[in-house]
Structure formats: C-alpha cells, structure tokens
Design a protein around this ligand. Structure first.
Ligand code: PEP
Ligand code: MG
Length: 580
C-alpha cells in the first residue's frame, strides 16, 4: 500500500482499478526494421502522410461550407508542408540510416526540424514550428492508429491515472466510465479540475509522479476530500473507505431535500445560488441540484469540444438550447475565454512565451472581431428564447471594457438594421478577475449591470501564482488577506453604484469560504452544480449579523494561515462539512 498526497481537486471518494493513460510522446514505439523491409515501412509512412493530407482537404472543404475561408487559410501552408520534398527525403534518409520504424523516425525528424526552426531569429519561421508540429502530429496519429487508446472509447469503469490531461481531452472522455482521476500535473483551479467537479468525478491533482507508481489494473482509492491517493490499499483501509464513501453518498442525497427551498439566511437575506457549466449535458445536473440559474456558462468549451471555430448558426442553436432548457431562469453566458491553457486548435497565434499573461479572453476577441462579432450576434439572436445575461472575461480596465461594449453595441445596431429580433434589455456584466479591475471596480461599475468575481484568475494574478502549476500550488491561497481585501473592494465598488456582485470562481463553492463571502456582501454564488446544496444548507443556518461579525474578526488578521486556522475551527464548531 502506498499513500500519495496531492491537491484535492474534486471532492468525493472513488474506489476502482487503474487505467494508466500516458501521453503519446511518452510511448512512441521504437523497433528495428530489417533492410529488406525499409521500402514497406516508407510506404506505411507515405500512406499516413496521404491520410493526413485528405484530412486537411476535408477541413478546408468545411471552411468553404461554413464561409470561413479566411480563417482556414493556414490549411494551405499545412498542405504545402505535407508535400515538401525535404520532409519526405529526411524521413527516407533517416529510415535508411537508422533502420527504425516510421513513428520513431518521424519523431526524430520532428525534433531536429523543430530545434532548427526555433534557432532561427525570424518570427515568421519560428511560427512555422507550430505548423510543422501540427502536421507531424497528424501523420503520427495515423501511423499509430491501432495503438492509440481513446478516452472516449472506454468501455469499463476505471480510475484514470495520467500525467496531464488537456481540457479538450477531459471533455472528450467517456465520463460514465471514469470513476476518479489522479493526475501528476494541475492545481485546484486548473481547467481539468473544474471539469472534474462539473462531471462529479472525484479527483486528486498535483501528484507529481504518480504515473511511476501504478500500473493498469492496480487497485486504487481516490480521496478527493483530503487530496490523497492510495495505491494497492490493504483490506482495512479499503473497508474504512467503503464506509466513508457510503456516508458521503447518503449525506449528498439528504442535502438534496433542500432543493425547493431558497438560500435564505436566518435573518431573511436571500442569496442566489447558481451553477457553472461548460457543456449542455450538464443542464440535468443544474436542475437536479436546485440551482437558481446559470451564473457562468464557459462558452469556449463549445469550441474546444469541437476543436475549431463554430459558425454563427451553430452557436445560435446551442445557446438557444441552453436558454430554452433553463426556461425563464437567468443564464449568464460568458463570451469566449480562450488562450492560456484553452487553445482552439484551428486558430493560430496562441503559441506564446507567457500565455497566462498573454492573448486571452477579450484581448483575443478584440483582436479577432470576426470571431467576437459572430458570437455576439449568435447570442443576441438566441436571447429571445430565455433570460440571457452576457458577461465579458478578463476585463483589466475601463478602456478595455469600453472597447468591448463598443463592439457589442455595433453588433446590436447591425441586428437592428437587418431586422433580426433580440431582447432589448439583456443585462451586461463584467468578470472581475484581474487585480487592476478589482482596484478600479467603482469605475467599472458605472458601465455594467452586474459583476462576477472570477477568483480562479484573481488569486492567480494577485499572488502571481500559476493556478495550474502543482509546484507552487501551496501559494495559491484564497484566504490571503490581499485577496480578501480585493473582494471587499469589488463588493463595495459595485454596491456604491447599485449593481449586484456574484462570484463564479471556485472559491464560491468552497464551504469554508461561504460565511465570509456572505459577510462581505456577495449577492450571488455560482459553482459546480453539486456544490449548491451544501452551500445552501450553510447559508440557511446562519444570519447576516453572524457572517458580518466573522468578517470583522478576519479583516484584522495578518496571514492566510491565521485566517484559515481560525475559520476551520469556527466552521467546524457550527457545521458538519461535507468536503472537509
Ligand atoms: C475564474 O477565473 O475564476 C473563472 C471563473 O474563470 P475561468 O476559471 O474559466 O478562468
Ligand atoms: Mg477566469
């Protein structure tokens, strides 16, 4: 038995058998090819290359159908690269010299090519590296077709153990078959952690090197509550965990009895409890957990799931379904927040030195008005089907907000001019997730109808700690006095101008933070649907006076440690918390 500590990323207990999923680059097959077989091996490479070419031609065709020819221009250079005689010669030469299989040879050529291109002091050529890797990966996928295991095809229940998982991989996996996740990389608010919570899959991330300690088929326990993984548990531990798992499940069912009741404090303040979702399939969970609406729909997952740009009509259909599905309950759709770790494969320009501080969210949208306007138009068209609210991510100051609002008003004018019906009074909101925006909340508040605090990024940028980096995850501290003060400033700035403030970062779903947020004056909490009942039970058993008193005490404290120790004691004396 081995216990490995990580970061609690999605609560709950999972007991099952390991499915070890390794990144393709870690398992490039490497074997010798007899000289007499080299021509066949080269033919195998040629066949894979041809399949990659057909794939790109089909993609090109799609850009024509979807009238996105301009965006698909890069596909021409991919086609050119695929038929570049230098590539073919290199592969051939390497195969003859090393007498190795096509995958191994291609991998060597890819590495050599990339090193060469990266060394060139020319931005254009360096950008070609990404194109080159893209086409090579396509060929590699075809070469390795039989050996590739897709997470979408899993047919029996497993606990997924992996080094890293991109949000787009996580979206595509067969969620019914994945009982738990253990991962080397990632922090509590990385997008994979957020998806695990959305899909209600217990997960422990930031394990550094778990892939070294397990094999497919090993018994494993994922303790998402305490952030630990137990490999090959002994009988006693297993029995103990089975008991905890059943208690946890029973408690969850008991909490669902609160579904029809409002989140109202003992002294009568009603709080809105909404859900964060990424995909349409989550609507069931939103309803079954008694959400008052959707506080954050991360629209970029539509594009990530699809692996490319979505046409206006398809976006319109999708948003309409979400709005109709929620009847008249409010649905806050956040405009495209790509960049950082959320990269759309079909779109160029995301290959940056410092992507978290780079071309993200509204910065990307303002630079690509074609994509931004398409989304806004689709949203306006869909607005007639429900109670839509539109929210902009990563606003850093008033100029940026003004620019975004200008585009929004242009699109409204275009719709009016073209006789396209839409709702006139759609509430417009700004996310507050950049410290400069938090510090100028009183200025931004004059321009929008609501705020939503994105603590995942706000904490990342305030403490300068990459939210997805397990090595420095110990610095990622929601109770840092600097963070608490910023939240206070945002609430005060908003209320001074009469607009409500919600929070859709993960802190909103943290039971430990719930009473403080209440005392700070938050009007709305938005979180993974299954977290709603527990937060509701806390809000219903406390008064605003108590919550404000608690805030009064912690505002005088000097460190996150002091605040956290005090809070844990305070909360444990009053509540039996589900996830602690
Ligand atoms: C946030 O930053 O808190 C947030 C809700 O946005 P995302 O997690 O999608 O960056
Ligand atoms: Mg964010």
């Amino acid at each position: 038995m081995k216990t490995i500590k990580g970061i609690s990323a999605s609560p709950g207990i999972a007991i099952g058998s390991v499915f070890l999923y390794l990144d393709e680059s870690l398992k490039i097959p490497n074997y010798d090819i007899p000289e007499s077989q080299i021509s066949f091996e080269f033919a195998r490479f040629e066949e894979a290359r041809k399949q990659a070419e057909d794939e790109i031609l089909a993609l090109k065709q799609r850009t024509v159908i979807e009238k996105k020819v301009e965006e698909g221009k890069f596909l021409d250079s991919h086609l050119l690269m695929l038929s570049d005689p230098e590539l073919l010669d290199r592969v051939n030469e390497n195969m003859l010299t090393h007498q190795k299989n096509a995958e191994w040879v291609l991998f060597q050529v890819m590495e050599a090519y990339t090193r060469k291109l990266e060394a060139v002091n020319d931005q254009y050529l360096r950008e070609r590296v990404i194109d080159f890797l893209d086409i090579s990966k396509r060929i590699m996928n075809h070469l390795m077709y039989r050996e590739r295991i897709s997470l979408a095809d899993l047919e029996k229940e497993v606990v997924l153990v992996t080094h890293d998982l991109l949000p787009s991989d996580a979206l595509q996996m067969n969620k019914r078959m994945i009982k738990g996740i253990a991962m080397d990389a990632g922090g509590k608010t990385s997008h994979t952690a957020i998806l695990a919570r959305s899909f209600e899959i217990p997960a422990v991330l930031g394990l550094s090197n778990i892939v070294k300690y397990v094999r497919t088929g090993d018994d494993i326990i994922i303790d998402g509550n305490r952030g630990q993984v137990i490999v090959q548990p002994d009988k006693e531990t297993l029995a103990q965990y089975l008991k905890i798992m059943h208690l946890w499940q029973k408690r969850e069912i008991d909490l669902l009895t609160l579904n029809e009741l409002p989140a109202e404090t003992r002294d009568g303040k009603t709080i809105e409890l909404k859900a964060n979702i990424e995909v349409l399939e989550e609507l069931e969970s939103v309803k079954s957990h008694g959400a008052d609406g959707i506080g954050l729909f991360r629209s970029e997952y539509l594009f990530l799931q699809y692996g490319g740009l979505y046409s206006e009509d398809r976006q319109y259909e999708y948003y309409s379904k979400v709005l109709k599905g929620m009847k008249d309950k409010p649905v806050t759709i956040r405009t495209l927040d790509v960049g950082g770790d959320k990269v759309i494969p079909d779109v160029e320009g995301f290959d940056e030195r410092n992507p978290i501080l780079g071309w993200r969210a509204v910065r990307f949208c303002l630079a690509r008005p074609d994509i931004f306007k398409t989304q806004l138009k689709a949203l306006l068209r869909a607005s007639v089907y429900g109670n839509l609210r539109i929210m902009f991510p990563m606003i850093s100051g008033i100029e940026e907000l003004n620019n975004v609002l200008d585009v929004y008003h242009d699109v409204r004018d275009e719709c009016k001019r073209d006789g396209i019906p839409f709702k006139e009074d759609i509430p417009i909101g700004s996310m507050l997730e950049v410290p400069s925006a938090a510090l100028t909340a009183d200025i931004l508040a004059r321009k929008v109808n609501f705020f939503s605090i994105g603590t995942n990024d706000l904490i990342q940028y305030t403490i300068a700690v990459d939210r997805g980096n397990e090595r420095i995850a110990y610095l990622y501290e929601p109770f840092h006095p600097g963070v608490i003060r910023l939240i206070k400033m945002i609430v005060e700035g908003a209320h001074a101008h009469g607009i409500p403030v919600g929070m859709c970062g993960e802190m909103a779903g943290d039971p430990l933070a719930s009473v403080i947020l209440l005392g700070l004056g938050l009007d709305e909490y938005s979180m993974s649907p299954f977290g709603i009942p527990e937060i509701k039970s806390i809000i219903r058993s406390i008064s605003m006076t108590e919550a404000e008193e608690l805030v009064g005490i912690i505002m005088d404290m000097r460190s996150h440690e002091e605040i956290e120790i005090f809070l844990k004691k305070w909360m444990n004396e009053r509540f039996e918390l589900l996830s602690y």
